[in-house]
Design a protein around this ligand. Structure first.
Ligand code: F6P
Length: 320
């Protein structure tokens, strides 16, 4: 049995731990594992490298991905998918494992649908935007990075009596904002899943000041339809001269050593993926629900709708 593995889309902390789990899990069960460099782009170009136990040594704690990643435009077209399939056939690959987010798993599903190639998706993205799994690999690390930034920014905001807007990543998913904002005790959290009311935000910030609060932290997800700069201008105007600063956290949210939680999630889902391949399953997305590793056919997983933010929002509404 020959298995290919690649990482695609934005990198996420824990991808290396997941590559290690798939490689070592596969070798344990007597499979041959081939790493494919540069995501789907490298697949189309035939960048295959045979993996061994040693090739994944000393990577469990490293951020990024040793296989490199790319956002492939070519793979979005059927012609690109067919080229990729030809490479998989040339290298006699029986099953392909992809680690990535929504776009990566959608590409995997299309490859399976178009060619019949056995394909398996593992959720590697900081965004936590896949509905079929409670958590994606990299999300916990990213939330902890944001949390640490909130702590630092709070110190200086408090010293200067400022309001600070911290913009975090997540595309159209507000989970990084919601989880880090909840854990960090932010005054306001703005996410794309929920419309915002500027008057209510101003009233809340002013009420905090009247209670003697020296600082205010607003966590805004990047997918919210107002820029952090525009928001800062509006708030400064309406709050009568209060200084409003903007911090866009950017790529620091994608790097760093993965948390224990992400390494364990990566290891458990990676091994399960190999077991599904052994069991003869045609295609699957592997994730976690509660503390149970789950799998669904790719099409089923990708059709699910995410609503987990509702519970977190309710808690934030009570506590913030
Ligand atoms: O999907 C991960 C992510 O970091 C998003 O949160 C962000 O919007 C995007 O990737 C940034 O992509 P790029 O690396 O192409 O700038």
């Amino acid at each position: 049995m020959r298995v290919g593995i690649l990482t695609s889309g934005g990198d996420a902390p824990g991808m290396n731990a997941c590559i290690r789990a798939v490689v070592r899990g596969g070798l344990y069960y007597g499979m041959e594992i081939f790493g494919i460099q540069q995501g789907y782009e490298g697949l189309i170009n035939g960048e295959f490298v045979q993996m061994s136990t040693a090739s994944v040594a000393d990577i469990i704690h490293r951020g990024g991905t040793i296989l490199q990643t790319a956002r492939s435009i070519a793979f979005m077209e059927d012609a690109g998918i067919k080229k990729a399939y030809e490479q998989l056939q040339k290298h006699k690959i029986d099953a392909l494992v992809v680690i990535g987010g929504d776009g990566t798993l959608t590409g995997a599903q299309r490859l399976n649908e178009l060619t019949g190639m056995r394909v398996f998706g593992l959720p590697g993205t900081i965004d936590n935007d896949l509905a079929y799994t409670d958590f994606t690999i990299g999300f916990d690390t990213s939330v902890n990075t944001v949390l640490s930034a909130i702590g630092n920014i709070r110190d200086t905001s408090s010293s200067h009596g400022r309001t600070t807007i911290i913009e975090v990543m997540g595309r159209q998913c507000g989970d990084i904002a919601l989880h880090a904002g909840l854990a960090g005790g932010a005054e306001t959290i703005m996410i794309p899943e929920k419309s915002y009311d500027l008057d209510a935000i101003v009233r809340k910030l002013q009420a905090g000041r009247e209670r003697g609060k020296r600082h205010s932290i607003i966590i805004k997800a990047e997918g919210v339809d107002i820029s952090a700069e525009d928001l800062a201008k509006i708030l400064a105007e309406r709050m009568g001269g209060v200084e409003v600063k903007v911090v866009i956290l950017g790529y620091i949210q994608r790097g760093g050593s993965p948390t224990a939680r992400d390494r364990i999630l990566a290891s458990r889902t990676g091994v399960r993926c190999i077991e599904l391949i052994r069991e003869g399953v045609n295609n699957a997305a592997v994730g976690i629900k509660g503390d149970t590793v789950v799998d669904y056919p790719l099409a089923v997983a990708l059709a699910m709708e995410k609503d987990s933010h509702l519970e977190y929002q309710r808690i934030c509404d009570i506590l913030l």
